[in-house]
Write a protein that binds this ligand. Sequence first.
Ligand SMILES: *Cc1c(COP(=O)(O)O)cnc(C)c1O
Length: 239
Amino acid sequence: MINVKDNLNKVKAQIQQACQQSGRLTPLAELSKQSSPVSLLAVSKTKPTSLVEQAYLAGQHDFGENYLQEAVEKIAELANLPEIVWHFIGPIQSNKTKQIASNFSWVHSVDREKIALRLNQHLTDDNCHDTPLNICLQVNISNEESKSGISIEQVFSLAKIVDSCDKLTLRGLMAVPEKNAPKACYEQMQQLFTQLKKQYPSVDTLSLGMSNDLDNAVAHGSTMVRIGTAIFGARENKI
Ligand SMILES: *Cc1c(COP(=O)(O)O)cnc(C)c1O
Protein backbone atom coordinates (compact mmCIF):
# COMPACT_ATOMS: atom_id res chain seq x y z
CA MET A 1 0.00 0.00 0.00
CA ILE A 2 1.24 3.41 -0.92
CA ASN A 3 1.34 6.01 1.82
CA VAL A 4 0.83 9.30 0.03
CA LYS A 5 1.20 11.43 3.13
CA ASP A 6 4.56 9.86 4.07
CA ASN A 7 5.77 10.18 0.51
CA LEU A 8 4.78 13.84 0.38
CA ASN A 9 6.69 14.51 3.57
CA LYS A 10 9.76 12.75 2.18
CA VAL A 11 9.64 14.74 -1.03
CA LYS A 12 9.24 17.99 0.91
CA ALA A 13 12.20 17.10 3.09
CA GLN A 14 14.25 16.37 -0.03
CA ILE A 15 13.30 19.74 -1.53
CA GLN A 16 14.22 21.46 1.72
CA GLN A 17 17.59 19.72 1.82
CA ALA A 18 18.31 20.49 -1.84
CA CYS A 19 17.49 24.15 -1.15
CA GLN A 20 19.90 24.26 1.77
CA GLN A 21 22.66 22.50 -0.14
CA SER A 22 22.43 24.98 -2.97
CA GLY A 23 22.29 27.97 -0.63
CA ARG A 24 18.70 28.85 -1.47
CA LEU A 25 17.51 28.50 2.09
CA THR A 26 19.65 29.59 5.01
CA PRO A 27 19.24 27.86 8.37
CA LEU A 28 18.16 31.22 9.76
CA ALA A 29 15.45 31.61 7.14
CA GLU A 30 14.28 28.17 8.00
CA LEU A 31 13.92 29.12 11.64
CA SER A 32 11.81 32.11 10.72
CA LYS A 33 9.51 29.73 8.83
CA GLN A 34 10.20 31.37 5.50
CA SER A 35 8.18 29.61 2.85
CA SER A 36 10.09 27.29 0.53
CA PRO A 37 11.51 28.90 -2.64
CA VAL A 38 10.46 25.73 -4.48
CA SER A 39 6.83 24.72 -4.71
CA LEU A 40 5.65 21.19 -5.26
CA LEU A 41 3.36 20.10 -8.07
CA ALA A 42 2.01 16.59 -7.47
CA VAL A 43 1.71 14.81 -10.82
CA SER A 44 -1.30 12.52 -10.57
CA LYS A 45 -1.57 11.21 -14.14
CA THR A 46 -2.87 7.63 -14.35
CA LYS A 47 -3.56 7.66 -10.58
CA PRO A 48 -7.06 7.41 -9.10
CA THR A 49 -8.87 10.32 -7.48
CA SER A 50 -8.70 8.49 -4.15
CA LEU A 51 -4.93 9.10 -4.07
CA VAL A 52 -5.35 12.73 -5.14
CA GLU A 53 -7.77 13.14 -2.26
CA GLN A 54 -5.27 11.62 0.17
CA ALA A 55 -2.64 14.09 -0.98
CA TYR A 56 -5.11 16.96 -0.67
CA LEU A 57 -6.00 15.99 2.86
CA ALA A 58 -2.26 15.99 3.63
CA GLY A 59 -2.11 19.63 2.53
CA GLN A 60 -1.13 19.31 -1.13
CA HIS A 61 -3.21 21.62 -3.32
CA ASP A 62 -1.47 21.76 -6.71
CA PHE A 63 -1.85 18.80 -9.07
CA GLY A 64 -0.52 18.17 -12.58
CA GLU A 65 -2.15 16.10 -15.31
CA ASN A 66 -0.98 15.12 -18.80
CA TYR A 67 -3.95 13.49 -20.49
CA LEU A 68 -6.94 15.72 -21.05
CA GLN A 69 -9.74 13.18 -21.03
CA GLU A 70 -8.51 11.54 -17.85
CA ALA A 71 -7.92 14.92 -16.25
CA VAL A 72 -11.34 16.34 -17.05
CA GLU A 73 -13.04 13.38 -15.39
CA LYS A 74 -10.91 13.70 -12.27
CA ILE A 75 -11.38 17.46 -12.08
CA ALA A 76 -15.16 17.00 -12.16
CA GLU A 77 -15.01 14.26 -9.54
CA LEU A 78 -12.93 16.40 -7.19
CA ALA A 79 -14.75 19.68 -7.74
CA ASN A 80 -15.79 19.62 -4.08
CA LEU A 81 -12.20 20.29 -2.91
CA PRO A 82 -12.24 24.08 -2.60
CA GLU A 83 -8.53 24.85 -2.78
CA ILE A 84 -7.43 22.40 -5.44
CA VAL A 85 -5.45 23.90 -8.34
CA TRP A 86 -5.03 21.98 -11.61
CA HIS A 87 -2.01 22.32 -13.91
CA PHE A 88 -1.94 20.94 -17.44
CA ILE A 89 1.55 19.63 -18.23
CA GLY A 90 1.02 17.38 -21.27
CA PRO A 91 1.31 17.85 -25.03
CA ILE A 92 -1.48 20.08 -26.41
CA GLN A 93 -3.52 19.38 -29.52
CA SER A 94 -5.03 22.55 -30.89
CA ASN A 95 -8.56 21.09 -30.97
CA LYS A 96 -8.34 20.57 -27.18
CA THR A 97 -7.55 24.13 -26.16
CA LYS A 98 -11.12 24.96 -25.19
CA GLN A 99 -11.31 22.16 -22.64
CA ILE A 100 -7.88 23.04 -21.30
CA ALA A 101 -8.79 26.69 -20.92
CA SER A 102 -11.98 25.92 -19.03
CA ASN A 103 -10.60 23.24 -16.69
CA PHE A 104 -7.13 24.36 -15.68
CA SER A 105 -5.54 27.27 -13.81
CA TRP A 106 -2.07 26.66 -15.24
CA VAL A 107 -0.72 25.36 -18.53
CA HIS A 108 3.00 24.45 -18.48
CA SER A 109 3.29 23.08 -21.98
CA VAL A 110 2.54 25.97 -24.34
CA ASP A 111 4.88 25.55 -27.30
CA ARG A 112 3.39 27.47 -30.20
CA GLU A 113 1.68 30.72 -31.03
CA LYS A 114 -1.48 29.03 -32.25
CA ILE A 115 -2.04 27.36 -28.87
CA ALA A 116 -1.52 30.57 -26.92
CA LEU A 117 -3.89 32.52 -29.15
CA ARG A 118 -6.55 29.83 -29.00
CA LEU A 119 -6.41 29.58 -25.19
CA ASN A 120 -6.74 33.35 -25.00
CA GLN A 121 -9.64 33.38 -27.46
CA HIS A 122 -11.64 30.74 -25.53
CA LEU A 123 -11.21 32.67 -22.31
CA THR A 124 -12.32 35.85 -24.03
CA ASP A 125 -15.38 34.13 -25.55
CA ASP A 126 -16.51 32.25 -22.47
CA ASN A 127 -15.46 34.70 -19.83
CA CYS A 128 -15.22 31.70 -17.54
CA HIS A 129 -12.01 32.58 -15.68
CA ASP A 130 -12.06 35.57 -13.42
CA THR A 131 -8.28 35.36 -13.16
CA PRO A 132 -5.98 34.95 -16.15
CA LEU A 133 -4.65 31.53 -17.12
CA ASN A 134 -1.06 31.03 -15.92
CA ILE A 135 1.28 30.05 -18.74
CA CYS A 136 4.72 28.47 -18.90
CA LEU A 137 6.50 27.97 -22.21
CA GLN A 138 7.86 24.48 -22.70
CA VAL A 139 11.47 24.48 -23.87
CA ASN A 140 12.89 21.40 -25.61
CA ILE A 141 16.18 21.89 -23.81
CA SER A 142 17.70 18.56 -24.84
CA ASN A 143 16.71 19.12 -28.47
CA GLU A 144 15.02 15.76 -28.65
CA GLU A 145 13.12 15.17 -31.85
CA SER A 146 10.39 13.29 -30.06
CA LYS A 147 9.79 15.94 -27.38
CA SER A 148 7.43 18.87 -27.48
CA GLY A 149 8.74 22.31 -26.78
CA ILE A 150 10.30 25.28 -28.47
CA SER A 151 13.99 25.81 -29.07
CA ILE A 152 15.92 28.34 -26.99
CA GLU A 153 15.89 30.74 -29.93
CA GLN A 154 12.08 30.79 -29.97
CA VAL A 155 11.57 31.60 -26.29
CA PHE A 156 11.51 35.38 -26.50
CA SER A 157 9.22 35.64 -29.52
CA LEU A 158 6.65 33.27 -28.00
CA ALA A 159 6.96 35.04 -24.64
CA LYS A 160 6.07 38.30 -26.35
CA ILE A 161 2.94 36.78 -27.87
CA VAL A 162 1.76 35.25 -24.58
CA ASP A 163 2.47 38.49 -22.74
CA SER A 164 0.30 40.38 -25.22
CA CYS A 165 -2.72 38.09 -24.56
CA ASP A 166 -4.91 39.76 -21.96
CA LYS A 167 -6.42 36.52 -20.60
CA LEU A 168 -3.00 34.87 -20.17
CA THR A 169 -0.28 35.59 -17.61
CA LEU A 170 3.23 34.65 -18.62
CA ARG A 171 4.63 32.91 -15.53
CA GLY A 172 7.78 31.29 -16.88
CA LEU A 173 9.41 28.26 -18.45
CA MET A 174 9.04 24.50 -18.24
CA ALA A 175 11.37 21.74 -19.40
CA VAL A 176 11.68 17.97 -19.34
CA PRO A 177 15.43 17.33 -19.77
CA GLU A 178 16.27 13.93 -21.22
CA LYS A 179 17.39 11.21 -18.82
CA ASN A 180 20.89 11.89 -17.46
CA ALA A 181 20.98 15.23 -19.25
CA PRO A 182 24.25 17.13 -18.77
CA LYS A 183 24.42 19.93 -16.20
CA ALA A 184 24.69 22.36 -19.11
CA CYS A 185 21.01 21.77 -19.91
CA TYR A 186 20.00 22.86 -16.42
CA GLU A 187 22.35 25.84 -16.56
CA GLN A 188 20.82 26.94 -19.85
CA MET A 189 17.32 26.77 -18.40
CA GLN A 190 18.42 28.79 -15.40
CA GLN A 191 19.99 31.45 -17.64
CA LEU A 192 16.95 31.67 -19.89
CA PHE A 193 14.71 32.01 -16.87
CA THR A 194 16.86 34.82 -15.44
CA GLN A 195 16.76 36.69 -18.76
CA LEU A 196 13.02 36.27 -19.13
CA LYS A 197 12.41 37.46 -15.58
CA LYS A 198 14.33 40.66 -16.30
CA GLN A 199 12.08 41.39 -19.24
CA TYR A 200 8.69 40.41 -17.76
CA PRO A 201 7.78 41.19 -14.15
CA SER A 202 5.05 38.52 -14.18
CA VAL A 203 7.66 35.77 -14.67
CA ASP A 204 8.42 33.91 -11.44
CA THR A 205 8.25 30.21 -12.32
CA LEU A 206 10.86 27.77 -13.54
CA SER A 207 8.99 24.46 -13.78
CA LEU A 208 11.87 22.01 -13.74
CA GLY A 209 12.62 18.74 -11.94
CA MET A 210 10.87 15.39 -11.64
CA SER A 211 11.31 12.43 -9.28
CA ASN A 212 14.70 11.55 -10.78
CA ASP A 213 16.31 14.97 -11.16
CA LEU A 214 14.81 16.98 -8.32
CA ASP A 215 18.16 17.83 -6.67
CA ASN A 216 19.76 18.96 -9.90
CA ALA A 217 16.75 21.10 -10.79
CA VAL A 218 16.64 22.80 -7.39
CA ALA A 219 20.39 23.47 -7.61
CA HIS A 220 19.70 25.29 -10.89
CA GLY A 221 16.99 27.61 -9.71
CA SER A 222 13.83 25.58 -10.22
CA THR A 223 10.88 27.19 -8.46
CA MET A 224 8.43 24.35 -9.08
CA VAL A 225 9.20 20.65 -9.22
CA ARG A 226 6.72 18.24 -10.81
CA ILE A 227 6.75 15.00 -8.89
CA GLY A 228 4.70 11.91 -9.71
CA THR A 229 6.39 8.60 -8.93
CA ALA A 230 7.96 9.64 -5.63
CA ILE A 231 4.51 10.62 -4.29
CA PHE A 232 2.07 8.21 -5.91
CA GLY A 233 4.30 5.24 -6.84
CA ALA A 234 5.29 3.90 -10.25
CA ARG A 235 2.85 4.13 -13.12
CA GLU A 236 1.91 0.67 -14.34
CA ASN A 237 1.32 1.51 -17.95
CA LYS A 238 4.55 3.48 -18.25
CA ILE A 239 3.00 6.64 -19.61
C1 LIG B 1 4.96 12.33 -15.69
C2 LIG B 1 5.53 13.69 -15.65
C3 LIG B 1 6.13 14.19 -14.47
C4 LIG B 1 6.33 13.35 -13.22
O1 LIG B 1 7.35 12.45 -13.44
P1 LIG B 1 7.89 11.47 -12.26
O2 LIG B 1 9.16 10.94 -12.85
O3 LIG B 1 6.86 10.43 -12.07
O4 LIG B 1 8.11 12.30 -11.06
C5 LIG B 1 6.58 15.50 -14.50
N1 LIG B 1 6.47 16.27 -15.60
C6 LIG B 1 5.90 15.84 -16.74
C7 LIG B 1 5.80 16.75 -17.90
C8 LIG B 1 5.43 14.53 -16.79
O5 LIG B 1 4.90 14.10 -17.94
